[in-house]
Every structure is written in C-alpha cells, then in structure tokens.
Design a protein around this ligand. Structure first.
Ligand code: S0N
Length: 298
C-alpha cells in the first residue's frame, strides 16, 4: 500500500491537520492515482492520552471545516497521537462545575472561576455527523469516555489490535445521554449499550468487532495503511452518492435536522436541473417562468 505522503496544514496547538497527496487507486495500471485526497486530524495530547480540552475541540472543529471546504478531500481520518490512545474523553483537569473551562488559569477569560463552562463537544458531535464527507476513526489504544463517543459517531472505525473501548461516565460522575446513548444502542443493541454504560467495563478490539462497534481490527503496525486503504476505496466512488447515503443513514435518527440535510442536498442537485434554472432565469429577467415543457413525472 503506498505511503499517504501527508502535508501538514494550519497552525494548531492541540491537534495536527494533514492532507495527503492525490491518493485514489489507479483505475487502470499506469494511469496514475484518481483525483482525491484524504485529510487526517490527529489529537496531539498524548501526555493525557489525548484527552480533549475546549481548545482541542475548537481546533478539531476548525480542521473539520477546512477538510469539508477542501474540494480535493474525499475522506477524513480522525485519530490520536501515538499507540496508547485514540482519545480518553474530556480533560478532567479542566472540568468545571458546569461544563468545561476554556481557560481556568486566566480569570479574565473565565470571570466566574470554576462555575462557568460549556460542552464544546456537543457541537463537534453534530458537526461530525453532518459533515458531508465520510469521517473514519482510526483507533489505536484507548477510546474511552467522550473519546469512545467520538469514535462511535464517526462513520467507520478501523481499530488496531491494541485498541480498548469503553465508557467511564458513571465512574467519574458524568454521562453522555445524547449520541453517546442513542447511536450506541443502534450499534450494539439496548442490552449491550446499557451494560457498557452501567458497568463501565473496557472491551478489547476483538470484542468491539464482534458487537458491531468497529468495522475491522488490524495489527497496530498496519493501522494507518489499512485506514488509508479504506479511504482510497471510498475516493474511487461517487462523492455525491456517499454524501447522500450519509445523510440518508442519519435522516431518521436526526429528525427534522436529518431531513433538512437530506432535503437541502436535493436542492443542490435540483439547482443543476433545467427546471430550477427556468425559475431562476425568469425571476432575474422579470418575466413569468414557463414550466410547461417539464413532465409531471409519474
Ligand atoms: C484512558 C485510561 C484508561 C488510560 O490508562 P493508562 O494507560 O493507565 O494511563 P494513565 O496513567 O491513567 O493516564 C496517563 C496520564 O493521562 C492523564 N489522563 C488520562 N485521561 C485523562 C482525562 N480524560 N483527563 C485528564 N487527564 C487524563 C492521567 O491523569 C495521566 O496523567 P499523569 O501522567 O500526570 O498522571 C485512563 O487514563 C482513564 O481512565 N482516563 C480517564 C477516562 C475518563 O474518565 N474520561 C472522561 C470521561 N468523560 C468524558 O469524556 C466526558 C465527555 C464530555 O465531554 C461530555 C459529553 C456529553 C455530556 C457530558 C459530558 C461530560 O463532560 O460530562
């Protein structure tokens, strides 16, 4: 499998953002790679097992937006630095009495001390779900607590054989009853989801595979090559079909917001259609549109 040839972009403190060179598979021998690149977002706080503080979440959100806007990017990898952890969830050192503190050492930015905070991860979870490109969690080591929820809401998870999965909420006085509960139920069923949350056990990569939490398990040394390979396969497919599939998978679970995404995606297609353009052009030219030529489809 070829090297992804990553190029770093952006200026971040808690993460790295890298984009691969054109990296699709050759459609025919000697034809060169098909256009398309992969973005990789790496949580870079290995000293705390890649726990996220608010700054980390702000940076992941920024990088995700960047990957979304980059029209060469067809798939996005979310991972953690090093072999020991994908992510260990919210950084408990900056957990306040009401969410997480942006800057606990700076009273000017946190005027009420430990009583003011928020859950930055709430918006990030939605952003990952609504990102129109596939997001792949590449998990080595621990995916624990809020880090487990992050992998859960990614579209696919490729796990190394040293990966360990679990929730810790009830052990540390916390819980994620949002996607962390509903998407987990969808993935593993209600009994197993309750076991995971109520007992706070850790599960091996093989156990995660057998309960449908991850897509595949590979030796640690092959983790990135395998993940890049899966992304390459998606790069060879229709990006709009992938986009609509992702929106379709989430439409029911996300209610009106899910339907809105799917509906607006049909708008994107409809704007390219002559019928929509007749309406636009007539308005711009100040005349009545003539839709009579278009069939009333059965
Ligand atoms: C990950 C674990 C299992 C790794 O164990 P290991 O390998 O033995 O390493 P340790 O020695 O334990 O850790 C190494 C160093 O890293 C620090 N550290 C690890 N995790 C965190 C963390 N989450 N926050 C801060 N520091 C962390 C250790 O302290 C240690 O530091 P040093 O070297 O200085 O001693 C193990 O570390 C572990 O179990 N970690 C804690 C996992 C955990 O409980 N995470 C928090 C769970 N909660 C959330 O994630 C909340 C998510 C959230 O944001 C949310 C979302 C929706 C609704 C609510 C919430 C909410 O916040 O409540």
């Amino acid at each position: 499998m070829p090297d992804a040839n990553w190029t770093p972009q952006g200026d971040y403190t808690d993460i790295r953002y890298e984009v691969s060179a054109n990296h699709g598979p050759e459609l025919e021998p000697g034809a060169g790679p098909t256009p398309g690149s992969i973005a990789k977002i790496t949580i870079d706080r290995p000293q705390v097992r890649n726990a996220f503080r608010p700054q980390t979440i702000v940076e992941i959100a920024h990088a995700l937006d960047r990957a979304r806007e980059d029209t060469t990017v067809g798939a996005i990898i979310l991972t953690g630095e090093g072999p020991l952890a994908f992510c260990s969830g919210g950084d408990q050192q900056v957990r306040g009495d009401s969410g997480y503190l942006t800057d606990p050492d700076n009273p000017d930015r946190q005027p009420s001390g430990s009583s003011v905070g928020r859950f930055h991860v709430t918006d990030l979870q939605v952003q990952i779900r609504r990102c129109p490109k596939p997001v792949v969690a590449m998990v080595a080591g621990y995916a624990i607590g809020g880090g487990h929820v992050l992998h859960l809401i990614c579209d696919l998870t490729i796990a190394a054989d040293n990966a360990r999965f679990g929730q810790t909420g009830p052990k540390v006085g916390s819980f994620d009853g949002g996607f962390g509960a509903s998407v987990l139920v969808d993935a593993v069923g209600p009994k197993k989801a309750k076991e995971i949350w109520f007992l706070c056990r850790q599960y091996s990569a093989q156990e995660a595979l057998s309960m449908g939490l991850v897509n595949t398990v590979v030796p640690l040394e092959r983790l990135e090559a395998e993940t890049v390979g899966w992304c390459e396969e998606m790069l060879a497919n229709s990006p709009f079909a992938l986009r609509l599939l992702k929106a379709s998978f989430h439409a029911a679970e996300d209610g009106y917001a899910g339907l809105q995404q799917l509906a607006h995606d049909t708008n994107l297609l409809f704007y390219g259609n002559e019928e929509a353009q007749v309406g636009r052009d007539a308005y711009k030219q100040g005349r009545r549109p003539d839709f009579s030529v278009f069939p009333k489809r059965p």
